[in-house]
Write a protein that binds this ligand. Structure first.
Ligand SMILES: Nc1ncnc2c1ncn2[C@@H]1O[C@H](COP(=O)(O)OP(=O)(O)OP(=O)(O)O)[C@@H](O)[C@H]1O
Ligand SMILES: [Mg+2]
Length: 311
């Protein structure tokens, strides 16, 4: 079943068009990452899908409900964790969760049971009685996520869930999010600026740029869309660079850095072939590095072409 389905979403603020026709189809129990630079419209998309603001045009269904005509049903099916945590620092972790249980009209017993379950799932049982103001950024994020889950949503929107967290805390949040999908079958709609996050977490990734989705697919599919890996050779001076450039005719010169980029994968056989050719031509390289494209390259390539196309 499709958890989130959108067609032709448009949104402008005054003269400024933010979303210029966005289509989405996100299967249940999967992680979808919406990737884009600052101001691309990620939060705007989340706001439309979570019924906080209306689109100017287009349609969206979330959890099977129309975001305009059945906004209450949508709200009952989703949880939203915003760019800024909703945790109340004066309350303890447990009190924050019980407050959410009250907001969802759960009975006292049911509220306590869910709070205890979530504290355990998020490894916060030790901190249950401590004021949230004493928590580190990572613990606050975990508590924020736990609070989102009190209402047992089927779909969760996470707007930049790990911005500002150190690599270890980021990894912890990733594991928790993965667990939600695998154990509970929850669908995750995630926005992020971290390509590694999308790579690690998402089943499918969409790149938002210039108001449109400029690419969509798995991390592997996206990586395959851009020029492949290469071997980078650096030389001590221009004379050696020129000599090497004559050996590798298809290579790309980077004279500023006295470097040469030879297309090819990083297998030992390829690396050996490159070194053999250099040796045969009696050219010595200062260094050799193998470069495999990552999502950063995809992202830069996609947002770059778009930019030059619009100038
Ligand atoms: N209420 C508003 N009024 C006017 N302009 C707005 C409003 N909300 C957002 N915008 C503009 O819409 C564009 C997209 O904003 P949005 O917050 O969706 O971007 P984002 O991709 O979430 O960026 P970030 O990575 O910085 O969070 C920006 O240019 C922003 O200035
Ligand atoms: Mg945002």
């Amino acid at each position: 079943m499709t958890a989130i389905h959108a067609e032709g979403l448009r949104k402008s603020y005054g003269e400024k068009s933010v979303l210029d026709g966005i289509d989405l189809r996100i299967p249940e129990a999967s992680v979808f990452a919406l990737l884009g630079p600052n101001g691309a419209g990620k939060t705007t998309t989340v706001q439309i899908l979570s019924t906080l603001i209306g689109a100017d045009a287009g349609e969206a269904r979330v959890g099977g409900y129309d975001v305009v005509r059945q906004a209450d049903d949508v709200r009952r099916s989703i949880g939203v964790t915003g760019q800024f945590a909703a945790v109340d620092g004066l309350l303890t972790a447990e009190e924050n969760l019980l407050l959410m249980a009250d907001l969802h009209h759960l009975s006292r017993g049911e509220g306590r049971r869910r709070a205890a379950d979530l504290l355990e799932r998020f490894d916060l049982t030790q901190e249950a009685k401590k004021a949230a103001s004493t928590f580190s950024g990572g613990m606050r994020r975990k508590l924020d996520l736990a609070m989102t889950l009190v209402g047992e949503p089927r779909i969760i929107f996470l707007d930049e869930p790990t911005t500002g967290l150190d690599p270890r805390s980021r990894r912890t949040v990733w594991e928790l999010v993965r667990g939600l999908v695998e154990d509970l079958g929850i669908t995750i709609f995630l926005t992020t600026q971290y390509l590694e996050e999308a790579d690690q977490l998402a089943d499918r990734i969409a790149v938002l740029h210039g108001g449109r989705i400029v690419a969509e697919g798995t991390a592997e599919e996206l990586k395959r869309r851009i020029p492949g890996s290469h071997i980078r050779l650096r030389f001590a001076d221009e004379r050696r660079l020129d000599a090497a450039a004559r050996v590798f005719e298809v290579a790309q010169r980077d004279p500023e850095n006295l470097a040469l980029q030879v297309p090819g994968d990083g297998t030992p056989a390829t690396v050996r072939a490159v070194l053999d050719l250099l040796e045969a031509a009696a050219v010595e390289a200062e260094s050799l590095t193998v470069h495999t494209p990552d999502l950063d390259d995809v992202f830069l390539a996609l947002t770059e072409t778009q930019k030059t196309a619009t100038v």
